[in-house]
Write a protein that binds this ligand. Sequence first.
Ligand code: GLA
Length: 380
Amino acid sequence: MTVHPPAPVPSAFAAVFGVPPEAEGAAPGRVNLLGEHTDYNDGFVLPIAIPQQTRVALRRSGRDRFRLHAQALGQAVEFTLDVGPAEHFATYVYGCLAVARAAGAEVPVLDIHVASEVPIGVGLSSSAALEVATLRGLRQLLDLPFDDVQVAQMAQRAEIDHAGVRCGILDQMASSLADTTRALLLDTRSLERRFVPLPPDAAILVIDCGVPRSLAASAYNLRRAECEQAALLLGVTSLRDVPDAVAVETLPEPMRRRARHVLTENARVLQAVDCASAQDFGALMDASHASLRDDYEVSIPELDRLVSLLQAHPDVYGARLTGAGFGGACVALCRDGAVAEVAGGVVQAYGRAGGRGRVLVPPLGPAAAGPSPAAGPSSA
Ligand code: GLA
């Protein structure tokens, strides 16, 4: 697979299709600071947008088949709305078009160009960025009346129905509504939300552990099923409704530990929002990692190693795996002004331990943000 550097989207579209696009949509990836595997339990999450974006350019083609070109993958795919594409990355775009049509939009046959800086397959929501950018582009092209929350909901529906991941709404809401300067506190049940400043003197660092997520979709769906089973056994609609932590101790394994993670993680999100200091916020991130590792069992040794190195650094307040787990990236809250030094030191130490770390946020430029060898965007 050839990796091409990103080009300005309208000219890249014109280079492929010979005419300029009629509309464009863009959306960022996200990093989740706290609140992992809580969204499909009606819980709380605390993501922030990352600087890397996905851009989708569109034009009515008048042909009988959609043409989709993905710049980073150097790949072109054709499909119709009745017979979707076989290529994994294209199902996200196709899914959005199909969901928009089901919601009443008259979707014409299009030429579509995708250019993305969002790292793929590391837990930074490359799939949600692609979905939200596609729907934004379509909204602009057809002057559709969907607001940003509806765009997020349609993007989630596309992912569940067409990519086969029974995801919550964290990624799509973050991509549609978050910004890069403040965290977004979201109640995934009511969709009530507010922006929350980062703790003082703190900055975000994201490092990929170098291990692509494997079996992420099936393991993710299994965790979700375990949570549903736990809720059923406790007689509640979702784990959000469990009144106190004592109740979960009566559950059989692994439901007991899964539910305990969800309850403690929700509590950590709500505590983090009121944290006066970066140290307190960081301690909650450390506790979140332990809970994801021991109770939710979605970490891997490489993530644990990288998180330990980050946590041991004097300029790091706290660190944890981010996203669904099973591989991918870690997020750390660092002393502002020390991010580059922390990143350099930790990636080196991780390398000495046999790992191949890659700094993703702050982005070091197009090369650092380029796609990993994984085949296409993925969310779980
Ligand atoms: C993936 C899913 C989200 C969320 C996270 C884990 O990113 O798409 O809905 O469940 O995993 O917090």
